[in-house]
Design a protein around this ligand. Structure first.
Ligand code: ZN
Length: 252
């Protein structure tokens, strides 16, 4: 999540998204997201309005004091997201996927797979602009709410439950806007630095060494070759279990 360079792939994704027609939102599945509380689907067929949440940036896990939150940013990506999903499945771990709107729009099948596997969705804006905290409120609003619509449509009506500003570029305005739409601002405690591709062992060492910082761990499933991320998770998830950690979702 560092203010990483190499933004060219976003442009390609946006281009690829043109012409893609996302499937119509199916309100009947909006409660399918893991742990999402809601009313009776039949009684609330148009349950589009999210319940506001706290606007403070959350790091804590709903799994308690010895749980970690696995968060996966910048996807979905047709090459890497399925591999990350497989590692999570193999270890019985649920994670939170912070998605870039146009990529969700381009790959609705992947968004639906993420939801169907019991993971949660997070809004990671439209353009992944790590300087959006310097931009106008109108721009911030467009970035957050357009991505929210793209992700929700791609998922078949399952809303993102969190908002993570690219590069951590939150503002009070963006936090409150997201929160008013039911998306809790989501921070992180341990940056695995996987985006920089330092090598699988380095990613593992970074996570183990910084785990004392807090429970929310940051990885990526897009933006380049993520084979090191996949390999690191394959080692780290069993290791975390051996250390007595469980896996939760960020508190809402
Ligand atoms: Zn990101």
């Amino acid at each position: 999540m560092a203010r990483h360079g190499g933004r060219g792939w976003y442009g390609r994704v946006v281009a690829a998204a043109v012409g893609v027609t996302a499937v119509a939102a199916a309100t009947s599945v909006w409660t399918a997201q893991a742990g999402q509380t809601g009313g009776h689907v039949a009684a609330r067929p148009a349950a589009k309005k999210a319940v506001p949440v706290s606007a403070t940036i959350v790091h804590a896990s709903d799994g308690g004091d010895h749980a970690v939150n696995i968060t996966i940013d910048d996807g979905p990506d047709p090459q890497w997201t399925p591999q990350v999903l497989q590692v999570l499945k193999d270890n019985g771990v649920k994670a939170t996927f912070c998605m870039v709107g146009p990529q969700a729009e381009a790959h609705p099948d992947l968004v639906k797979q993420v939801v169907a596997a019991g993971h949660r969705l997070c809004d990671h804006t439209v353009s992944h602009d790590t300087t959006m905290d310097k931009k106008s409120q109108a721009y911030q609003s467009q970035q957050i709410l357009d991505a929210e619509r793209q992700i929700t449509k791609a998922s078949g009506g399952v809303r993102p439950l969190y908002y993570r500003a690219p590069g951590g570029a939150f503002t009070p305005y963006s936090r409150h806007l997201a929160a008013s739409h039911g998306m809790r601002p989501l921070g992180w405690n341990v940056d695995s630095k996987d985006f920089e591709r330092p090598g699988t062992e380095a990613i593992i060492t970074t996570v183990k060494g910084e785990l004392h910082n807090g429970p929310t761990l940051l990885f990526h499933d897009a933006g380049g070759d993520r084979s090191q991320t996949v390999a690191a998770l394959r080692t780290l998830l069993p290791w975390l279990k051996q250390q007595g950690y469980s896996f939760g979702f960020p508190v809402r």
